[in-house]
Design a protein around this ligand. Structure first.
Ligand code: PLP
Length: 367
């Protein structure tokens, strides 16, 4: 196990030690954070600490943080509350969590490098009276960063609401929710190095949120259901421990992989997350490579791994106009604890796989 290379951080980050410690403390708290007695108040203190940690890490006020069961729920809750009565415009490369929550929405095209087409957004906003724009901060497959400040400025100019899916960007780059001027922003605990099953929705001050899940009035009536205290405590600790300044180290390791692989990289010209690369192998089906690398102890994904093991042609790469190549990309995403020698180890495994599969795929495979 220790020789394995886990390079699938965009599917989920390894648990940070700070998160693990916080989970273990919270597991032993027997109170419900909504109970008024001493045990409830002890649980409430842990919950509020996590809320403050999340607020501080991402530029929000604690009272504007709604705790959820993950990024999918945070996105769905925002869209459920903001979309009624509005024309919904959604980035063409959004995660299925957002696409599924916005049936019938108008796609906003992306440029060939994966960044949102701002001119197209401007035109779409000019044609829509009341709009809600849903875009991701960073793409889960390519790591491409959308120009959020420009998108927010366009939304302001046209009086549109803006929801940002920051699930992949959070913890990997500086994110200032208040400074961006968006209405809502979705986060996920397990992409920060917390446990799976916790998330948060940040709200612009003063925004009221009609709950997606109504219930016992938790989260100030904005999300019913007893909060998953251990997962949320872990998410708070992970948010506090994540260091966007580690980006330089991960970027150096990622660049060494790209330089050594000598392959085309989806979105290479655009600003990208430092930990992500989408390598395109001519002729070799991505799923074949993923399996072959797995046998070498290297864990990567073909496109998005959030699709329960099913491998379909990437809608992200298709929207970037990559055509046939969309079925030939593997995503390598470095975790926060990637070892310093990740590039030579990955490249050696890739060379072994290439040599083994070359007779099957033809002479130019892997080139
Ligand atoms: N948004 C993006 C961009 C993602 O990459 C993911 C998961 O991969 C999600 C949302 C869903 O988050 P969660 O797994 O916490 O539901």
């Amino acid at each position: 196990m220790s020789d394995d290379l886990y390079l699938d951080a965009n599917a989920t980050e390894p648990l940070r030690p700070e998160a693990r410690a916080a989970v273990l403390v919270a597991l032993d708290l027997r109170g419900n954070p909504s109970s008024v007695h001493a045990d409830g108040r002890a649980a409430r203190r842990v919950l509020e600490t996590a809320r403050s940690q999340i607020a501080n890490a991402f530029g929000a006020r604690a009272q504007d943080v709604v705790l959820t069961a993950g990024g999918t729920e945070a996105n769905a809750a925002a869209i459920h509350a903001l979309a009624p009565g509005r024309a919904v415009l959604v980035g063409a490369t959004e995660h299925p969590a957002v696409l599924a929550a916005t049936p019938g929405a108008t796609p906003i095209p992306v440029l060939a490098d994966g960044r949102l087409d701002l001119a197209a957004l401007d035109t779409l906003l000019t044609c829509s009276d009341l709009a809600l724009v849903c875009v991701m901060a960073a793409n889960n497959e390519t790591g491409v960063l959308h120009p959020l400040s420009e998108i927010a400025a366009l939304c302001r100019r046209h009086g549109a609401l803006l929801h940002i899916d920051a699930v992949q960007a959070a913890g990997r780059m500086a994110l200032d929710f208040a400074g961006l001027g968006a209405d809502t922003m979705a986060l996920s605990g397990h992409k920060l190095g917390g446990p799976k099953g916790a998330g948060a929705l940040l709200l612009r001050p003063g925004l009221t949120l009609a709950p997606l899940l109504a219930g016992g009035g938790q989260e100030r009536g904005r999300r019913g259901g007893t909060e998953a205290l251990p997962a949320i405590a872990g998410m708070g600790a992970a948010a506090a421990a994540a260091r966007p300044q580690d980006a330089a180290r991960l970027g150096r390791l990622r660049d060494a992989i790209e330089a050594g692989a000598g392959l085309s990289v989806a979105g290479q010209g655009a600003p990208r997350l430092p930990n992500t690369t989408s390598l395109i192998f001519p002729r070799m089906p991505a799923e074949t490579l993923v399996i072959a690398l797995d046998l070498e102890g290297v864990r990567v994904s073909a496109g998005s791994a959030c699709s329960s093991g099913k491998v379909t042609r990437s809608h992200v790469l298709t929207a970037m106009g990559l055509g046939e190549a969309a079925g030939h990309a593997i995503r390598v995403s470095l975790p926060w604890d990637a070892p310093e020698d990740v590039a030579p180890r990955f490249l050696a495994a890739l060379a072994r796989v290439g040599a083994r599969l070359a007779p099957v795929a033809g002479p130019s495979t892997g080139g």
